[in-house]
Design a protein around this ligand. Sequence first.
Ligand SMILES: C[S@@+](CC[C@H](N)C(=O)[O-])C[C@H]1O[C@@H](n2cnc3c(N)ncnc32)[C@H](O)[C@@H]1O
Length: 278
Amino acid sequence: MGEGRGEKGTQRGVVGRRRSAAHPRSLPRTDVDWWKHYFDAGYEREYEPLFDLVEDRRQVARIVELLELPAGSRVLDLACGQGRHAHLLAEAGFNVDGLDLSPYLIARAKERGTGRTLRYRRGDMRKLPATWSGRFDAVVNLFTSFGFFADARDDARVLRECARVLKPGGVMLWQGGSRDGVMARFLASDWWTTRDGTMIAQDRSFDPLTGFLTITSVWQRKSAVERREHRIRLYTASRMAELMLEAGLVVEQAWESFTDRPLSRRSSEMLLVARRER
Ligand SMILES: C[S@@+](CC[C@H](N)C(=O)[O-])C[C@H]1O[C@@H](n2cnc3c(N)ncnc32)[C@H](O)[C@@H]1O
């Protein structure tokens, strides 16, 4: 999310065009715990052009291909959001749990349906239920649902939790922004219009020391102006692989997001397939 998918989105405007009206004079410092409240109806609206059932199906088809698991396997969608992938993974024959911190998005996920093979619960990815140790054949973490925390040790903790809840030999599939690619084609600003006519303009800045990409969004509809800010710590594939290894997860494959192209230094998104050591 928000790392600068310049190649994406037909509803986007001219990349880099500046806005003049209603651009805020001063912006608030990013709240370090922004992730506790950011994922609400506003998030769904802001990223609306990227939420598309046809695209979700395409992504899930690729996930199924890469997981190579039999029907009935237990899959955890960690930070599942509004259940875009979880419900399709259940439809594909897996036994799925979705976990997310946002009550709003969990409620949205449940609207897509729940059942014997699809359950949702609220929780923090840094501390998964104790009863889940060794439970899952696969854990998926998608759409840069990672790198949110002020303390980078919390990101490492998430990976340790993923390893703990996987069965030995289980698969972790991680998809999100790739620092190398985002830097290679840095998109400092971007705008698009949502279906209801709201213009959303994003400005992005990057701090090389912390690795935080800070994204400021300004929404404008008629005379109403709103602004939101969030930040994501971006990792390179090699750093992710190191962190995963420290957690007991060995990266076996690296792809350019959901495509079948190998990850390159210019890929703004990556997909890593790792296996829990036996
Ligand atoms: C970028 S969204 C992606 C959601 C989903 N994976 C998708 O592809 O649509 C990131 C998700 O992480 C969730 N999240 C943020 N902090 C979290 C935490 N500490 N524990 C669990 N989920 C969290 C948010 O609520 C949000 O649903």
